[in-house]
Each structure stands twice: as C-alpha cells, then as structure tokens.
Write a protein that binds this ligand. Sequence first.
Ligand code: GLY
Length: 412
Amino acid sequence: MSSSTHRTTPSARTSARTSARAPARPSGSTSDVLVVGGGIIGLVTAWRAARRGLATAVVDPEPGGGAAQVAAGMLAAVTELHYGEQTLLGLNLASARRYPEFTAELSDLTGQDLGYRRCGTLAVALDADDRAHLRDLHALQQRSGLESQWLSGRECRRLEPMLAPGVRGGLRVDGDHQIDPRRLTAALVTACERSGVVFHREWAERLVTARERATGIVTRDGTALAAGQVVLAAGSLSGRLAGVPDAVRPPVRPVKGQVLRLTVPRAYAPFLNRTVRAVVRGSQVYLVPRENGELVVGATSEELGWDTTVTAGGVYELLRDAHELVPGITELPLTETRAGLRPGSPDNAPLLGPTELPGLLLATGHYRNGVLLTPVTGDSLAHALVTGELPEEARPFTPRRFTAAALLEQPV
Ligand code: GLY
C-alpha cells in the first residue's frame, strides 16, 4: 500500500486534536507526531500519543514486526536484576506495576487476549557455582527491597515436578510474570488503528531538519512526511536513520538472541506452571510456558552485528541447557527457531524522550527489557510529547546522558 493512501489530512484529525497541548505544527505538516518504527515500542508510543489527542502516524514497512516477534515476554524485573542497574530497576518495577491496568485497557479496546499470565518465576541452580550466583542475586534482591524466596532443590521440584533431580536450589519470585509479545503487538496495532493512528507502510530513509529542528522524514520511495515532532523508535536500527546529526544519534547496537518455540501436547499439560530459568555454564536459559501450550526457550546473547541466522550451535546450546533443567523437553515437538536483535545501549538502559535536537525524541535502547518496559515507555513518551518533559520516573533515561558534555562530567 502506498504511503500516500494513508496520509492524514489536517481536517480529518481536527476532533482528535482538540484536547492536545501539542507544539504548533509547521504549515503543511501531516501529523503532530511521526513515530519511526512500528515495533512494540513505536506502537505503544503512537497509541499513547493518539490517546492524548495528538495526530499521530507510524512509518514502518511491516507494523507489528521487530524483536517482539521473537521475544519470550518475561516481565522479569526481579529475576533479571543486575549489579549497578538499580536505577533501571526502578523503571522496570514501575512498568511491571502498570501491566494489569495496561493490559485490561488494551484488551477492552481491542477485544483481544494478550496472554498476560501472572504465573511467577522460579530461578534454579544446577551446581555449586550456579547456587553461589543465585545466592548473590538473592542478597541483592533483599538489599533492594524485592520479594523473593530461597527454596531447596526438593522444594523447587515440589513446585515444578518436571525439573531435573539435580537441581540444587532456587529462588521463587512470585511477582515476575509473562505476556505473549506477539499478541501484545497485534493488539497494539489494532489499538493504534482504533485510535486514528495512520500507518505509512514504507521504510524511513532520512530525517529532515530545518532551522535546527527535526521536521519530518523522507521514506525510501521519496515521500516526504512532515511532523511537529519525530520519535525514533526503530529498535536496533535506530542508529541508522540518515540525516540524524551525530551528536544526537542513538548509540544502540544489535544484540542477537536465538529463541526456540516448542509445543506441549495436551496430554503433557501442565508441563511447567511458571517460568523456569537458570544460568548454565554462564549462559542464561529460560523456559516460558504459555496457557495455549506454547513453550518458549531462550535465549542466546551474541554480538554479531546484523546477523539473524539461526545456527545449529545456538539451537544445540539452548536445547542442551534447557534439557539439563527440564529433561522432558526432548519429548516435545520443536515448532519454531528464530533469531531477533535486541537494541543494546551502552548502559543497558533505554533512551527515552527529547534529544538536543528540538523536535526529535528517542524511544529505543531497551535491550533485554523491551516488553517489560512497554507500558512505561508509552506513558513517558506521550507525556514528553505533550509537555516537552519526561515524567520524574523516566528522567534518568534521557538520551542527553550520552552527549559529549554529560559524558565528560561522569566520574571515571
Ligand atoms: N529478557 C530476555 C532476553 O533478552 O533474552
């Protein structure tokens, strides 16, 4: 479909804009907000912006694609806590807290089931090293005021009888849930459509600036799309849009993750009751059981540029590690193997909100937490688009922390 068929005329959007306090749009612009990237983060940004009354468009050849098509959908603020990431923990928890209301609103609007499952997580240890690592994590969680409970191997197996007899102990985290990212993304496409978001199904080629302000983009087929504000939300591709000045170009890189999907036959259900995960020989492995019988096994973490090849080695390692945790998985049909690209950032945290270039905002760099951070990202960006400022909870994630001056001020 050509992008011109989707272009919104100002008159068609008048009623939707009445409540907005959007910045004045330059004459001839086609939207208040143009979101570059129709993955999960671009879609939630567009939906929340439209809900605030902003005339919003998304440019993406295939809205609803991207890393969320591969992601397992763990909402793992507590089990994925890392040293030095306390500030990110605050944002992760804020987003996890929003999930019940966010999914209820999205389901009401779209009539779609999102596969949001409040099933909790069990992180287990297979040997003495794993157990020491998990004990450290438990101590860090306790110092951070988080809820988790240490269990013996026997207690772990009582909760999850399919676990290997060799499991030495584990952490029960009842607050780390899951959602099906494919369903979530499909619902966000519908929510955008119902909220009047316009889709331009083309690649964004180049950012357009005028008088030191972002004023729109040009698509690969040469169509110019003007906007009052542009949000760059193109996942791992966010650093590649031409025309973005170097000083505000997001420092994101692709981090490959290979993920497997298996199917639990009805006769074997419930195979697992909750997400089960471990660090095996230094690599993360997790098994995420859906109510519909899908079992997602992930994920590798590989710094290989733009490569999305599914490799025999990647599949082998995931199956080997998952088999050590839950030997019965070798009985299950393997239904899909796929690789996606996480948008990694220098501090593993997202880049949210206004940049030093007026009119250009970022919503990218979510790395391992894109699905978890979806609700808070949508709300933070909508707030920034309307007021020009990030809300308090999102301020530490300003892209300005990576500008040359800010980096010079940081302690070494
Ligand atoms: N958050 C899980 C992953 O990125 O593999």
